[in-house]
Design a protein around this ligand. Structure first.
Ligand SMILES: Cc1cc2nc3c(=O)[nH]c(=O)nc-3n(C[C@H](O)[C@H](O)[C@H](O)COP(=O)(O)O)c2cc1C
Ligand SMILES: *[C@@H]1O[C@H](CO)[C@@H](O)[C@H](O)[C@H]1NC(C)=O
Ligand SMILES: *[C@@H]1O[C@H](CO)[C@@H](O)[C@H](O)[C@H]1NC(C)=O
Ligand SMILES: *[C@@H]1O[C@H](CO)[C@@H](O)[C@H](O)[C@H]1NC(C)=O
Ligand SMILES: *[C@@H]1O[C@H](CO)[C@@H](O)[C@H](O)[C@H]1NC(C)=O
Ligand SMILES: CC(=O)N[C@H]1CO[C@H](CO)[C@@H](O)[C@@H]1O
Length: 380
């Protein structure tokens, strides 16, 4: 059997099993975590991920009965979010699954990273589960359908008049000599259809990255990107966010914060954080030696700490991401200074019901502490 056909069957099978289960046990959390996700995990992680995108693309995910409570509504960057729980970048790199993700209950979807030209990324295997650590290591290396394709998909969603908040995470081509040029091109391309844009200074995988975490280059990147955004010929210009690696030390954080005070560099918000190249000594899974970015539970404290520091250093709104798997984790990020949060890795382990779980628990925790809404709890 050809490899392609084989993989198609595997993906379809994975999809079928998941779908059947969804139809029978709508949104049952422990059923997913203990039964469905282990079955899905018989597929290799990239196939499992493709299956998930496939299901979401055709909107074969449970329609939820949970409707977002008022306490979870939050307004930031001039946008009203129905709830603060978003999908982190990298899950729906090519904007194929946006509406399915909305059906799962996400308050917003960050697509990408999208590179100007299509590129295939690194050789497979390039994503690894660390099940015992509730973590993942990936070295995808920016596989992307490229600006044109992804833009078409977003425009289609917009034309269908489906209201969903979409952030676009912009990337650069691996072979690009001009990172700033790639970002500017992305801003011009997606500026009119994205609700927010994200540029980054954080990839442990792409050669040349660490140099980017250098003040001069960062300054150039920020001024050029902000200028491109400000020159967009539309009335409501999208907020521009900067995504940071968790591997910055305090001095580097201070440098960045200092730079962000300059009006020509002042982005509208931060996404904290990307994956880490660190390998904490307590990891026990076999795959812990793989090269790439580590995400999930072992990243949690590090990213929360960084949110706390950057909030104090900059006062910018923050999207908190890294190792969130329940309402308590989300609440910790919010109290550290995040206004919105995102998840990726925990969805791999617990499946779609995790979205409602986080929202329900978060609502409870807010009420318990006497907060009326998210905004009241940010940074407390
Ligand atoms: C398989 C995988 C692919 C990712 N791809 C991207 C990406 O293309 N762009 C990006 O900004 N972040 C990417 N991320 C990082 C996530 O957006 C997020 O910052 C990180 O995984 C921490 O969140 P988590 O612990 O909830 O997974 C990726 C993460 C994973 C696990
Ligand atoms: C993207 O990649 C191509 C080649 O891979 C490169 O020539 C180009 O300069 C890069 N940037 C843009 C904006 O296309
Ligand atoms: C802010 O940035 C601009 C443009 O890069 C530069 O000319 C100016 O000196 C900077 N100001 C400060 C206070 O750093
Ligand atoms: C963060 O790191 C991962 C690799 O771990 C990379 O794929 C991703 O693109 C990076 N994020 C950004 C915005 O560069
Ligand atoms: C939430 O998840 C964390 C791990 O990320 C765990 O330590 C904690 O006990 C969980 N809390 C609840 C209330 O489930
Ligand atoms: C998505 C993306 O473009 N990631 C970039 C993050 O920043 C570094 C530094 O420029 C780039 O190398 C990555 O490609």
């Amino acid at each position: 059997m050809s490899r392609k056909l084989k993989s198609l069957i595997k993906v379809t099978l994975g999809g079928y099993v998941t779908y059947a289960a969804i139809s029978i046990y709508k949104g049952e959390e422990s059923f997913y975590k203990n039964l469905i996700m282990p079955i899905v995990h018989l597929l290799d992680p990239e196939q499992a991920h493709n299956a998930a995108i496939f299901l979401s693309k055709y909107r074969l995910v449970p329609k939820l009965s949970y409707s977002d409570p008022k306490s979870l509504k939050v307004k930031v960057f001039g946008i009203e979010f129905p709830n603060p729980v978003g999908v982190a970048a990298g899950f729906d790199k090519n904007a194929k699954a946006v509406l399915g993700l909305k059906d799962m209950g996400f308050g917003f979807v960050e697509i990408g990273s999208v590179t100007p030209n299509p590129q295939t990324g690194n050789e497979k295997p390039r994503v690894f589960r660390l099940s015992e650590d509730a973590a993942v290591i990936n070295r995808y290396g920016f596989n992307s359908d490229g600006h044109e394709e992804v833009l078409k998909r977003i425009v289609k969603i917009r034309n269908e008049n489906k209201y969903v908040i979409i952030g676009v995470n912009l990337g650069k081509n691996k072979t690009s000599e001009d990172a700033v040029g790639d970002y500017v091109q992305g801003i011009n391309k997606f500026g009119t259809c994205a609700d927010y844009l994200v540029i980054n200074i954080s990839s442990p995988n792409t050669p040349g990255l660490r140099n980017m975490q250098n003040k001069e280059i960062l300054k150039q990147l920020l001024t050029a990107s902000l200028e491109a955004r400000n020159n967009l010929k539309i009335e409501n210009k999208p907020p521009l966010l900067l995504k940071l690696a968790p591997d910055l030390n305090y001095e580097e954080m201070k440098d960045i914060a200092e730079l962000l005070k300059n009006k020509s560099c002042r982005v509208d918000g931060l996404v904290i954080s990307n994956t880490t190249i660190d390998r904490p000594p307590h990891l026990i899974s076999n795959n812990k030696e793989e090269t790439g970015g580590l995400s999930g539970k072992p990243l949690k404290e590090k990213s929360t700490q960084m949110i706390y520091e950057m909030r104090r250093l900059t006062d910018l709104p923050i999207i908190g991401v890294g190792g969130i798997s329940n309402g308590t984790d989300a609440y910790e990020k919010i109290k550290a200074g995040a206004t919105l949060i995102q998840i990726y890795t925990s969805m791999i382990y617990e499946g779609p019901p995790i979205v409602t779980k986080i929202k329900r628990e978060l609502d409870c925790l807010l009420t318990k502490d006497g907060f009326n809404n998210i905004a009241d709890a940010v940074g407390k």
